[in-house]
Design a binder for this molecule. Structure first.
Ligand code: PGA
Length: 246
């Protein structure tokens, strides 16, 4: 396996990932960055906000492209990805990034919105950050997604609906969403998979060591030439020492 696996103490994880991203942005200020929301990246965004406040980095010339969005939640729902990314990161960036591209789920034509978002990703993604779903999804590429799955409208699985309500604060479960497809994620120049907490240890083991397959779309990321997995120690607990470099 050619995946680069970075296992970090839980207390240092977010700062290290943020430092790596700051380094990328310094190398390439006009970075085209695809970003997820969820509980995993929140601490990284807090660290990035701190780094920009301290003048260590600027997102001014960067473009930020949203990974996915629920289709049937109101714009002010706390679970909406666009609002969450604004609250956790974008609102703290001064000056703001040159371009933020949310997914237009409030307009009359979601199919057209998916096509437009896909066209933005097709201009090229330099770096894509992903969380890992408890069911192996990446973005809203739920189990059943193949590596060539396009950007599209998807049904949100039962488990992901519960996450939206129980953890993200939606007042009713979203049933559908728009996600960048596996094809675009695999087409990004570089991918970082962010995984924290012991509840993710089994699915991380599955994603990295089980057979590649649509039951765990994250397993297809192993095909990528430049995949880095940033796991904290609890999430990496089930990985064998040879893989973890222990
Ligand atoms: P989480 O979600 O970061 O909130 O655990 C990850 C995901 O479901 O993609």
């Amino acid at each position: 396996m050619t995946v680069s696996l970075q296992i970090l103490p839980a207390a240092a994880w977010a700062d290290r990932v943020a430092e790596e991203l700051v380094a990328r942005l310094r190398d390439r200020p006009d970075l085209r960055l695809c970003l997820p929301t969820g509980d995993t990246p929140g601490p990284v965004y807090a660290a990035l906000a701190g780094a920009t406040r301290a003048g260590a980095v600027s997102f001014e010339r960067a473009s930020i492209i949203l990974l996915d969005e629920y289709l049937d939640l109101p714009p002010d729902s706390p679970a909406r990805a666009d609002g969450r990314l604004r609250r956790e990161l974008l609102d703290h960036l001064e000056p703001p990034p040159t371009r933020f591209v949310p997914i237009d789920v409030d307009g009359p034509d979601p199919e057209a919105a998916a096509r437009r978002h896909d066209a933005v990703a097709a201009e090229g993604l330099d770096l894509t950050l992903l969380g890992l779903g408890m069911n192996g999804h990446v973005g809203l590429n739920e189990p059943g997604s193949l590596p060539d799955a396009p950007t599209r409208i998807v049904r949100v699985t039962h488990g992901s609906r519960r996450v939206a309500v129980d953890r993200y604060g939606a007042d009713r479960p979203p049933t559908a969403g728009i996600t960048l497809g596996m094809d675009r994620l695999l087409g990004s120049d570089e991918v970082w998979l962010l995984v924290t907490g012991d509840r993710k240890s089994s699915i991380l083991e599955r994603a990295l060591l089980g057979p590649e397959g649509p039951d765990c779309p994250a397993s297809y990321l192993r095909r990528h030439r430049r995949l880095t997995v940033y796991a904290d120690e609890p999430a990496a607990a089930r990985l064998p020492p040879r893989l973890a470099g222990r």
